[in-house]
Write a protein that binds this ligand. Structure first.
Ligand code: MGD
Ligand code: MGD
Ligand code: MO
Length: 750
């Protein structure tokens, strides 16, 4: 659409939703909300500044010490030499070839975790995996920083893949609205987080639904360290981070003591309650898990716990659990215990009852949609079978050949000589970044495709400038969303940036696998082919999707895939007939006690849920580190993306740390003060925001500030991962324990 000037306006899609983009010449000049979105995200506001930012990688670049002497030392501290594409690709291809021939493909780490960009063809992870498979394979990773621990524990409990549970077996918002009377939200349901969804969320509806729940009189309780984790109108029950399992146990104890447990449901639909009950009642360890026991641990009064338990037993109750609870040491326990509590309430399988995970974590959870196969680019099979739990990359680099346990198997870490990263930022996402920086010196070579000079790009040896989605054409589609987009190329590539596809095609060709990687097709040809395939799948399900030319013309369509009524795929039929429609667990029922897990013999994850205090929490606070740090997702962006432009806004950095007046006053801290946040692992700056919306003793610093340059003893912009601990959740889940950290805070003078 032209408006007389040379300004063009188009719609595109992103992880944070669709938006209008104004383009003048080769520049993005403005963005505006997409009209059909009832609650558009403001994240795109910063896009024009970010896309054309001085921190864009302009040309292929190779670190000087590596180029001259293949020197490993100096990553992150040395300057780069810019080279023409052909030369840089020659060097990288020869190096990958050398590593695979000398050490085998098991020496290449291509886990390459990260969100990259929305858009189905130019999905960076698919591209890097396809390339590495075409040249012999790579060490991959299992799970995610989002839900790695849950993905390990929950299949033992309900039998199904955790993501399938979320997306296909949980009630949609309408069913909750129509049936739930009490909504008990551990970790809240935060509309800030539901701004984003992998691959996009077009109609942001989470906030609207919670408002409707409150308006209709549903009792909504936000249980967590921060009031702001749920919208206004919800009751806030402050708890100390890491202690939710004790509150859940105490709720279960009240049910048992007051005869409120649904024994008939437990008998028909679960196994192992008789093994769990003696622990709950204190027969095995002399300690009943009563409200009086839990109160000083979690910070909730015994009478409040009793009243909540009675309310949960006497009304249609849905327990929801945020993903943050399992991104913490022993994160398996609150996840498993919430399922046990829901089973004791006996409402699993009833509309609007039972338990659900990750509502609000991303915008797609709760949208009731008919499952439709997506647009996917084949990654081929990986000839290398080595897989590490994704958040154990630091351990892998520190302990080549070292043993570790994971979900019942014992394995050894590979000896990694080359890391290839595309579409992620480990110097954003990993814990204990100072330790990662040390471990990062281990491989011989690090190659990164990135649009921006992130902390990860700066710690690479070879950096290839990648395009952003606005500089190439793509298809936008998420299985958790009911829109389909043609994402037009809006501007030419910035600098000399190339698409990941073209970068990998160039490398594959030099390694003799060009034909395998590209199949002889251009990106445009692939898109046409994959789109036709997708149309075919949709047609098989009776859903008509226009041809690509029509979609290009329309820019976007809404798909007729809204599901109505309760989701009946798993729990309702099981509840109706546990013998006829068993769960895919070993017993066919909900596993309150798991023989499988007990058989692993892990003291950090025994056969039924238990309270295991984390190594760092308020119960273990010290004089040096007396405050619990939670590091939630940032409200104004997605992870570390677009950060360099946000950081330009005067006063925006360092990041804001929320602190309770009781903790601020003795330290002489007022809102706006510059702070030093520190512990034995590191230190960063932050800007104080004193607020009663946080539990005393807890501080919150969002993720996403770019990790600074090495050598400094304080991270200037406030990246919380200089403070967090790099340990697995347990030997079972080995997920990230980002939310388990104690810190000290002081005013920074001068
Ligand atoms: N302390 C703490 N740490 C956490 C968490 C926490 O709660 N607390 N949460 C964790 C979670 S759940 C997650 S998911 C992770 C997120 O961690 P990441 O997903 O690694 O973070 P992003 O900033 O989204 O990184 C994506 C990178 O891809 C780049 N990119 C974008 N488009 C393209 C493209 O087309 N091609 C290429 N080659 N690159 C592209 C972006 O510029 C960006 O640098 O962080 C984790 N870290
Ligand atoms: N705007 C925006 N939205 C995002 C993202 C983003 O980067 N930006 N990232 C997306 C991604 S990748 C993911 S995985 C999801 C993550 O979704 P979540 O894991 O649910 O999100 P977090 O922000 O880590 O944590 C939510 C809240 O949990 C609370 N919390 C922390 N520890 C505890 C605890 O022990 N007990 C209780 N009860 N509460 C606790 C904190 O107060 C925190 O604000 O968010 C997604 N949404
Ligand atoms: Mo995530």
């Amino acid at each position: 659409m032209a408006d007389g000037s040379n300004r063009q306006t188009r719609i595109t899609s992103s992880h944070w939703g669709a938006f209008e983009v104004d383009v003048e010449g080769d520049r993005i000049v403005a963005t505006r909300p997409f009209a059909p979105d009832p609650a558009p995200s403001r994240i795109p506001d910063i896009l024009p500044a970010a896309v054309h930012h001085r921190t864009r990688v302009a040309r292929p670049a190779i670190r000087r010490g590596w180029l001259d002497r293949r020197e490993r030392a100096g990553r992150g501290a040395e300057d780069f030499v810019e080279l023409p594409w052909d030369e840089a690709l020659d060097i990288a291809a020869a190096e990958i070839d050398r590593i695979r021939k000398t050490h085998g493909n098991e020496a290449i780490f291509g886990g390459s975790y990260g969100w990259g960009s929305a858009g189905r063809f130019h999905h960076a992870q698919s591209q890097v995996h396809r390339f590495l498979n075409a040249v012999g394979g790579y060490v991959s990773s299992f799970g995610s920083y989002s839900t790695g621990c849950a993905q390990a524990i929950m299949p033992h409990v309900f039998g199904v893949d955790f993501l399938k549970l979320l997306y296909e077996c949980q009630d949609g918002w309408q069913v909750i609205h129509d049936n739930t009377e009490t909504l008990v939200m551990f970790g809240g349901i935060n509309p800030k987080n539901s701004q984003v969804s992998m691959g996009g969320v077009t109609e942001h509806e989470t906030a609207g639904w919670i408002d409707r729940f409150v308006a209709k009189g549903m009792h909504c309780v936000n249980i967590g360290p921060q009031r702001v984790d749920a919208p206004g109108g919800c009751e806030w029950l402050p708890v100390r981070p890491g202690s939710d399992t004790t509150l859940m146990l105490a709720l279960a104890h009240v049910l048992e003591e007051e005869g409120l447990t649904d024994r008939a449901f437990l008998d028909r639909c679960s196994v192992g309650f008789e093994r769990f009950r003696p622990y709950l009642m204190g027969e095995t360890d002399g300690q009943p898990k009563s409200p009086d026991w839990a109160a000083p641990i979690c910070g909730v009064e015994p009478e409040t716990i009793r009243a909540l338990a009675r309310r949960m037993a006497s009304t249609r109750t849905l327990i929801t659990v945020a993903w943050s609870l399992q991104r913490a040491e022993h994160g398996e326990q609150p996840y498993w215990m919430s399922a046990v509590l829901a089973a004791m309430l006996g409402q699993i399988g009833l509309p609007g009852g039972g338990v659900g995970y990750g509502y609000g974590a991303i915008g797609g959870v709760g949208k009731a949609l008919i499952g439709l196969r997506g647009v996917t680019f084949s990654q081929f099979a990986n000839p290398v079978k080595k897989v590490i739990p994704v958040a154990r990359i630091g351990d892998m680099l520190r302990h080549p050949g070292g043993p570790y346990d994971f979900n019942g198997r014992r394995d050894t870490y590979p000896d990694i000589r080359l890391i290839y990263w595309a579409g992620g930022n480990p110097y954003h996402h990993h814990q204990d970044l100072n330790a990662l920086h040390e471990a990062w010196a281990q491989p011989e070579t690090v190659i990164v495709n990135e649009p921006w000079w992130t902390a990860t790009a700066k710690r690479a040896d070879i950096v290839f400038p990648a395009t952003t989605p606005y500089e190439r054409e793509d298809i936008g589609r998420s299985p958790l969303d009911d829109y389909l987009f043609h994402m037009p190329q809006l501007i030419p590539p910035v600098g000399e940036a190339r698409d990941d596809y073209s970068i990998f095609a160039g490398l594959a060709e030099r390694m003799g696998e060009g034909q395998v990687f590209t199949g002889g097709r251009s990106a445009e040809e692939w898109m046409g082919l994959l789109y036709e395939e997708y149309r075919g799948f949709a047609a098989e399900q009776g859903i008509e999707v226009p041809d690509l030319d029509t979609l290009k013309e329309k820019n976007w369509i809404k798909l007729p895939i809204q599901a109505d009524g309760p989701n009946r795929t798993l729990f309702p039929p099981f509840r109706e007939n546990p013998e006829g429609a068993p769960l895919p667990t070993p017993s066919g029922r909900i596993e309150i006690f798991s023989e499988t897990i007990a058989g692993f013999g892990y003291d950090d994850c025994p056969g039924h849920p238990v309270w295991l205090p984390p190594s760092e929490w308020l119960g273990a606070a010290t004089g040096d580190a007396p405050l619990h740090l939670v590091s939630p997702q940032p409200g104004d962006k997605l992870h570390s993306q677009l950060e360099s432009a946000l950081a330009d806004v005067p006063g925006a950095r360092p990041e804001t740390l929320v602190i309770h007046p009781d903790d601020a006053a003795p330290r002489g801290i007022a809102t706006g003060d510059l702070l030093r946040v520190f512990n034995a692992r590191g230190a960063c700056r932050a800007r104080a925001q004193v607020s009663t919306d946080i539990h005393a003793g807890v501080v919150a610093l969002p993720t996403g500030a770019w990790f600074g340059d090495p050598g400094g003893n304080i991270d200037p912009d406030g990246n919380p991962n200089v403070l967090t601990r790099d340990v697995g959740t347990s030997r079972l889940g080995q997920g990230s324990s980002a939310h388990t950290a104690l810190v000290q805070v002081a005013r920074l003078e001068g």
